[in-house]
Design a protein around this ligand. Sequence first.
Ligand code: ADP
Length: 262
Amino acid sequence: ELHMQIQQAQKMESLGLLVSGIAHDFNNLLAAITGFSDLGMRGTKPGISPFYDYFQHIHHRSEQGTRMIKQLLSFARGTPMEPQYLNVNAQITNHLDFLQTLLGTSVQLDFEADPDLRSIYADATQLEQILVNLCLNARDAMSMGGNLKLLTRQIEITQGSLPIHPYLPSGSYVLLQVSDTGIGMDERVQARLFEPFFTTKEVGQGTGLGLSVVYGIVKQHQGVIRVHSQPGLGSTFSLYFPAVEPTTEELKEHVPFVGSKI
Ligand code: ADP
């Protein structure tokens, strides 16, 4: 068992090095393509010159590529955490417009917030990455439209309560749930979901890294992730983060500056 784990870790490490080398070079290439296609768009007129559309396509695609490379890099490097005390409700509210844009007009986005939610100690950028990755998967699963529901809940797990997860020790948790009414997943897909490079999407559509990045981030935050899915009905991802309350000292450090700066 341990031997297997070490082998797996070594494999992941050399894979990570290879990937980040290639990704880095590609990132530079894509930056040039994005930049020049942007210049091209500025030099032509929309609706008059067909070249505007051509440049726009190039721009769009290279931005898509840049996002993929970013995922590859963050997967390969494992970004360092810059945690702070966060309220998940506030984080989600901040990103609702952005998420709706990602999801497009055929997906209805709902948010049910638990007002009694405690704080978590987390990296805001990584939390955003989780939301984006889960929402993009949900969007892909609902190509005919549907409903995406975000939900938060304060959960207290005591010794007597039903096990939500066998590895979730008793304590106080913030639950973040992302549910879609998409195509769902069969058992075979569910079993391999979090494996890096596992994808059922067409070449160029998926890297198979989205959920392994999510998994890595949740784990780094001492959280747990569970999936419920039924083919044809939809999928629910449940993320449990340890709830914390900052001490008064820590709160003082994290209070945002509100006075005038003069
Ligand atoms: P990618 O999205 O690039 O394929 P992920 O790691 O994010 O990589 O997802 C792996 C696979 O898990 C997807 O290809 C898809 O088959 C499945 N999957 C993930 N999220 C969902 C979802 N919400 N609904 C249905 N299938 C999903």
